[in-house]
Design a binder for this molecule. Sequence first.
Ligand SMILES: NC(=O)c1ccc[n+]([C@@H]2O[C@H](COP(=O)([O-])OP(=O)(O)OC[C@H]3O[C@@H](n4cnc5c(N)ncnc54)[C@H](O)[C@@H]3O)[C@@H](O)[C@H]2O)c1
Length: 245
Amino acid sequence: MRLKDKVAVITGAASGMGQAEAIRFAKEGAKVVVADLNLEGAQAVADEIKASGGDAIAVAVNVMKTEDIINCVKTTESTFGPVDILVNNAGIFDKYTASLDTTLDQWNFFLNVNLTSVFEFSNAVLPSMIERGSGSIVNIASVAGLVAGKGGAAYTASKHGVIGYTKHLSSEYARYGVKINAICPGTIETPLVKDVLAGIPKDLVPTRTFGQVEQVADLAVFLASDEAKFMSGVAVPIDGGFTIQ
Ligand SMILES: NC(=O)c1ccc[n+]([C@@H]2O[C@H](COP(=O)([O-])OP(=O)(O)OC[C@H]3O[C@@H](n4cnc5c(N)ncnc54)[C@H](O)[C@@H]3O)[C@@H](O)[C@H]2O)c1
């Protein structure tokens, strides 16, 4: 088991990639906190993990709320112990809305959910990781954080921000034994993109396929584990080759 007895908090874990990461982390021996706005969905994922012999709890968290983040970290510590792994996965998609069609309220909303939450959640777990000299933060960015045209103005800016913030955190805290890396998925078949999937041409992807949540979960396990100990501040594409072109 590659994450035996590690305490992992995964945001947005009631659905899509977060759900797959929660299930996969538990199979690797992690004690998983399934954190999501959707408590019912999070509870179903935690129940599924427990039914297969794993350890998990569900916690209601709106990643836009500081008090929810603090409460989630406290609940994790009192249930399982200090956080070893944080996966900042929760995110929302703007369906390619151009800048001139994006209101300031929409801009702030996307930046808050996709980027500011990563800052707040990371700051909530970093002091304990630094004190213990170990920990791993995995940020789910996007190929929209590497190139233009994979999201709208706010989504693209937020995901570029996640990658920049990942690099910054690493430059500050890697020296204390904390790993901070990002994953940049291409199109992955999840509820987030179900409305736009039909309009995305597969022939733009060298593999001619979309990705599956389990493939992202496998990469997240690797980055969270000790196998990736010498990886720091990187943004790893998992996109069927989309960004090589
Ligand atoms: N699906 C893709 O093609 C794709 C590609 C690149 C990156 N991503 C990123 O991957 C991550 C996961 O996306 P997904 O496709 O699995 O989406 P999804 O919609 O299936 O799941 C997202 C989860 O986040 C939760 N969430 C949303 N807002 C929240 C909030 N304020 N507080 C707490 N939880 C909240 C939702 O309830 C949901 O359970 C996101 O950050 C997304 O931007 C997705």
